[in-house]
Design a binder for this molecule. Structure first.
Ligand code: ADP
Ligand code: MG
Length: 573
C-alpha cells in the first residue's frame, strides 16, 4: 500500500482509542470536564457496564451556545491557549480530545446551559457529526449522555471484560475522584441502584468513610500539615493508615497530584518506604495522598489519558512524602522511646526509703500482695537493710564474695540481681515511669491458644510494664517495645516465657508475677564473669533494696558468715 493520509473517520477512531480504552475512561473524561467546570454536584449513571449508557450530570458553568459545536472538534479546548500555558496546567483537561474521541466511538447527546443563558442547548451527535441541535429548557450545568459505546469498534467491544468488571472500574474511578474532591457531591447509579455517594461536605475523612467504611475512616491518621511551607516545595496532605491497619493489595493507596488522580510507582514506593520495617511482608497501607506542586514542577502532558505525570524533581517529592508519612506515623502513634525519667540509682537514706511508694508499706497492700515477695517464714528474722559491703571477688563465676562490718557475705549474683530488678520494675510501674525499650524492628511472635488467652487477659498489666504488643491476625502478635530490663534479650522468647510463667497459678491480678518473671529474665546469669566494677554496682543496688536478703521467688540472695561464726569455726574463741 502506498503512503496516504488516513480518512478523518479512521484517524479519529485511532486517536479515540488512546483516550477511550473502556467505559471507565469515558466516565473519567466526563467527570473531569464537570470538575473543570466548577461543579459541586456530579451525578453519574451507567447501564450495562457503561456500554449501553453513561450519563454524567453536573451543575457547573455550562457551555455558551455558540461554543457547543466547537466542544466536539478535535483539539478544541477552553483550558489552554498558548504553548506556554502547557507549562502551567491547573485544570484536569487540556488536550481538547475527550469529547470528539467519545463521540467518535458512540452516540452522544449533550444538554448544556451556561449561567448567562435563559435556556439550554441540546445536541445529538453521531459518528462525530451533529445530527440535531435545539434549544431546551434545563438548569445551569451540563448533561452528557453516551450510548452504545464501541458499537462501531467491534475489536474494542470484544476486549471488554464482564459487566461486573467494567462496573468495578467505574466505581473505583468515581471513588477516587470523590477522594480528590471532598467538596463535590458525587453519586453513582449502576443499573438503577445507588452504588456510591459522597456528601460533598469537604471533609476527606467523611469521604474515606463512604469509600472504605467507617472503621477504616475512624482509624486513619491525618497527615500533619506543615505550616508556612515554601510554595515552590511539594505540599503533602491526606490520610494514611496506622501500622495496625493494612491490606494485602496495593490498590488502597491513592495519589493525587494537584488533584489529578495519578498512578506512579515512585509515589507508591515513597509511601511504602515510610512504613519500612513497620509492616509485615506482603501487607500494604491504605492512603490518600494529595500532593500539591507548582504546576511548573510538573508535566502532565505525557499520555492521552493524563493519569501519568512527570516530576521535574522526583527526589523532592519522594522525600516530602516519606517525611510527611513517617512523621504522621510517629507523632500520632508514637514509637516507645527510652524513658529518661528513671536515672541511675541515687543513694537512699533510711527516711527516704520509708517514703518510697509501693513497698508493702500500707496494710491493705500487705494483704493483697502475693506471698512470693515476702521472705519465707522458715528463715530466721533478718535485718531489713544490708550494711555497707566491700567486694572481694567472684567465686565460680556465680557468687560474689564481700566483706561487711560483721563478717563475710557470699552473694548469689543472679538472685541478687533479680531482687534489684524486681524492686526497680515494680517501683517504676507504680510510679507509671517504666523504662521502655522501643524496637527498631518489631518482632513477630506466634502464640499457642493458651498463651494467647493469657496475653489477652493480662494485656493491660503487660502494657503497664512496657510491652507494646499488637494483634496481627490469627495467633500472630507484633512486639514493638519491651520493658528496658529485657534489653538485649530474645524478645519473642522472653514474652513466651513470661506468659508460661503466668500460666501456672490463677487468673486474677498477676502484676507481681510479671515483675518477677521480668526480673528473672533481665538478671545476670550464674556462670557469667563479672568485672569488679559490675559487682560493686550490683552490691550498691542491693544495699538499697527493701528486702535485699531474698530473691523475689523467696530464695536467699546471700549466706552470711558472721565474725563470731568465723572465730568459732577456726577455734579462735
Ligand atoms: P478538554 O477538557 O481537554 O478541554 P474536552 O474535549 O474534554 O477537552 O472538552 C472540550 C471543551 O468543552 C472544554 O474545554 C470545555 O470548555 C467544554 N466542556 C466540556 N464538558 C464540559 C462541562 N461538563 N461543563 C462545561 N464545559 C464543558
Ligand atoms: Mg476534558
Amino acid at each position: 500500500m502506498p503512503i496516504r493520509i488516513l480518512s478523518p473517520d479512521v484517524a479519529s477512531k485511532i486517536a479515540a482509542g488512546e483516550v477511550v480504552e473502556r467505559p471507565a475512561s469515558v466516565v473519567k473524561e466526563l467527570v473531569e470536564n464537570s470538575l473543570d467546570a466548577g461543579a459541586t454536584q456530579v451525578a453519574i449513571e451507567v447501564q450495562g457496564g457503561g456500554v449501553r449508557l453513561i450519563r454524567v450530570v453536573d451543575n457547573g458553568i455550562g457551555i455558551p451556545p455558540e461554543e457547543v459545536d466547537l466542544a466536539f472538534e478535535r483539539f478544541a479546548t477552553s483550558k489552554v491557549a498558548t504553548a506556554d500555558d502547557l507549562e502551567g496546567i491547573s485544570s484536569l483537561g487540556f488536550r481538547g480530545e475527550a469529547l470528539p474521541s467519545i463521540a467518535a466511538v458512540s452516540e452522544v447527546t449533550m444538554v448544556t446551559r451556561s449561567k448567562d443563558e435563559l435556556s439550554g442547548i441540546f445536541v445529538n451527535i453521531k459518528d462525530g457529526a451533529i445530527l440535531e441541535k435545539a434549544k431546551r429548557g434545563c438548569p445551569v450545568g451540563t448533561t452528557v449522555t453516551v450510548r452504545n459505546l464501541f458499537r462501531n469498534v467491534p475489536a474494542r467491544l470484544k476486549f471488554l471484560k464482564s459487566t461486573a468488571t467494567e462496573n468495578g472500574h467505574i466505581s473505583n474511578l468515581v471513588a477516587q475522584y470523590s477522594l480528590a474532591f471532598p467538596e463535590v457531591r458525587f453519586t453513582l447509579l449502576i443499573d438503577g441502584r445507588t452504588a456510591f455517594r459522597s456528601t460533598g461536605s469537604g471533609n476527606l475523612r467523611e469521604v474515606l468513610g463512604s469509600v472504605y467504611g467507617l472503621d477504616v475512616a475512624k482509624a486513619m491518621l491525618m497527615i500533619e500539615a506543615k505550616e508556612n511551607a515554601d510554595p515552590m516545595l511539594p505540599g503533602v496532605t491526606g490520610f494514611v493508615s496506622p501500622i495496625t491497619l493494612t491490606r494485602a493489595s496495593r490498590s488502597y493507596m491513592s495519589f493525587f497530584v494537584n488533584r489529578r488522580w495519578v498512578q506512579n510507582r515512585m509515589l507508591t514506593y515513597a509511601l511504602e518506604e515510610a512504613y519500612q520495617g513497620l509492616l509485615m511482608v506482603g501487607r500494604h497501607p491504605i492512603a490518600v495522598i494529595n500532593i500539591s506542586l507548582h504546576p511548573k514542577e510538573l508535566d502532565v502532558n505525557v499520555h492521552p489519558t493524563k493519569n501519568e505525570v512527570r516530576f521535574r524533581n522526583e527526589r523532592d517529592i519522594f522525600s516530602a512524602i516519606q517525611k510527611a508519612v513517617r512523621n504522621t506515623l510517629t507523632v500520632q502513634a508514637p514509637m516507645p522511646t527510652l524513658d529518661t525519667l528513671s536515672g541511675p540509682p541515687q543513694p537512699v537514706t533510711a527516711s527516704q526509703a520509708e517514703r518510697l511508694p509501693a513497698f508493702a508499706n500500707s496494710p491493705e497492700e500487705a494483704v493483697t500482695r502475693t506471698p512470693i515477695a515476702t521472705p519465707p517464714q522458715s528463715t530466721e528474722p533478718v535485718a531489713k537493710s544490708l550494711p555497707i559491703l566491700r567486694v572481694v571477688g567472684q567465686l565460680a563465676n556465680t557468687y560474689i564474695i564481700a566483706e561487711g562490718p560483721d563478717g563475710m557475705y557470699l552473694i548469689d549474683q543472679h538472685a541478687a540481681h533479680e531482687r534489684v530488678l524486681f524492686e526497680k520494675i515494680r517501683n517504676e510501674r507504680s510510679r507509671r515511669a517504666v523504662e521502655v525499650q522501643g524496637l527498631l524492628q518489631p518482632v513477630t511472635v506466634e502464640l499457642t491458644v493458651s498463651q494467647q488467652e493469657l496475653l489477652e487477659l493480662q494485656s493491660e498489666a503487660l502494657s503497664e510494664y512496657g510491652f507494646g504488643i499488637e494483634h496481627f491476625g490469627e495467633r500472630t502478635y507484633l512486639v514493638r517495645s519491651v520493658p528496658a530490663v529485657l534489653r538485649g534479650q530474645n524478645v519473642a522468647q522472653s514474652l513466651v516465657e513470661v506468659l508460661d510463667f503466668l500460666a501456672e497459678g490463677e487468673k486474677g491480678d498477676r502484676r507481681e508475677e510479671i515483675a518477677i518473671s521480668l526480673a528473672c529474665h533481665g538478671a545476670v546469669r550464674a556462670g557469667q564473669a563479672l568485672s569488679h566494677e559490675e559487682m560493686r554496682d550490683l552490691i550498691r543496688q542491693l544495699e538499697q533494696a527493701s528486702q535485699p536478703r531474698t530473691c523475689p521467688h523467696g530464695r536467699p540472695t546471700m549466706i552470711h558468715l558472721s565474725s563470731s561464726q568465723l572465730e568459732k569455726g577456726f577455734g579462735r574463741r
